[in-house]
Design a protein around this ligand. Sequence first.
Ligand code: CMC
Length: 437
Amino acid sequence: MSAPTANSIRSTPWPGTRSEEPANLSLEGQPVELPVIVGSEGEKAIDISRLRSGTGYITLDEGYVNTGSTTSGITFLNGEKGILRYRGYPIEDLAARCDFIEVAYLLIYGELPTKDELTTFRHSLSNHSMIHEDMRSFYSGFPRDAHPMAIVGSVVGALSTFYQDSLDVRDPKQVEVSVHRLLAKLPTIAAYSYKKSIGQPLIYPRNDRSYCENFLQMMFAVPCEEYEIDTDFAEALDMLLIVHADHEQNCSTSTVRMVGSSDANLFASISAGVSALWGPLHGGANQACVEMLEQIVADGGNVKKYVELAKKKDSGFRLMGFGHRVYKNYDPRATLIKASCDKLLAKIDRCDPLFDIAQQLEEVARGDDYFIERKLYPNVDFYSGIILEAMGFPTAMFTPIFVISRTSAIPLGSTNMPKSHWVSNYFENNLTRSLIR
Ligand code: CMC
């Protein structure tokens, strides 16, 4: 490695304020000055973008634990304090006052919609909700027991073969059309994967239903009888979509950004994000968590036994739905979901053994030194699966629902493009021609 040659490493300007006080580093006896960027909430970052060209050194940060690879104006997250905001709005306020489509609009366009904008947006999503008839035949080719995530990833990637008129990432209009298409079609794509697995006819979307009602309809209706929408179910689903919609940089977001940085089209990049989300340490945790709770119930409900097991490193067992790379406090999304869980289970007058076990598990784990010392709290996936299960969703559908939600965070606009979301990473990197390698 070459010796450092510069004592002041300047970067290209970042959005955010540059601190008066730079960071000082010493490399091989030479002083190196690095700019410090201060974010909107006072958070600080050392800008190392010129480190390599100035000194020959690179940084090593396995798992990106200390690395922000970009800046973002969309989501603010403070894991120590348990804060989550989309575009400056606290997640609690959005969940209480907006529906998912309004939140999706906020994430995509940067502002909450006016009445007219919202009507137009809803209309566009309704109009794009069908998938091409030829795509339906794909579903006959997949094995009956295929995991819906495998189907969703494949079909999303295949959208690029059907919508070749909207693949130019440098044309904002085409990107916008693709974003609407994707958001509109995902519930259909996901619901079809479920219908396929149970051998029922695929149900077409309906434009007279809201986004979540339509998804419930496509999941649970059959052609031989009327399907009555339970508005409480639709509301609970809507809340789940809102709280899962965005979460700064994470495994699947980084994947989309990485793939998109090669100028791969939107659908290809999102398809890669679907695969990244599938893993049980990330989006697949909701399925893994419910399976773990079922296992504990089937094993007699001895919660303490499983807490002890999770503490033994050689057991290979972890409490799924516990712990988070960023949150070292109660995940604010888990608070909202738990409240919704209480409400929904009371409404359907259901004593859910999984919910009972989950609450006991939380109580025992949160009183245990191992979890306290490591700041391991229930995360978003701890209670979300219980709600979905109570609504009748099979566990394999939990992560596809996460996909629907996360895809909403697709900000448009060619300037000040945030980079912390599935498609925005892809989009901005294409605009700046910055290949990630
Ligand atoms: N059960 C038992 N021990 C745990 C757990 C858990 N769920 N999570 C972390 N630990 C321990 C871990 O063994 C380590 O202990 P030690 O310091 O003695 O080696 C310590 O806590 C720190 O763990 P880590 O794996 O270094 O922490 P991380 O920040 O890399 O991991 C995590 C975050 C989410 C991968 C991890 O907490 C985990 O595996 N949780 C279970 C899976 C899960 O619920 N994932 C969903 C995350 S939320 C959805 C999303 O946004 O992706």
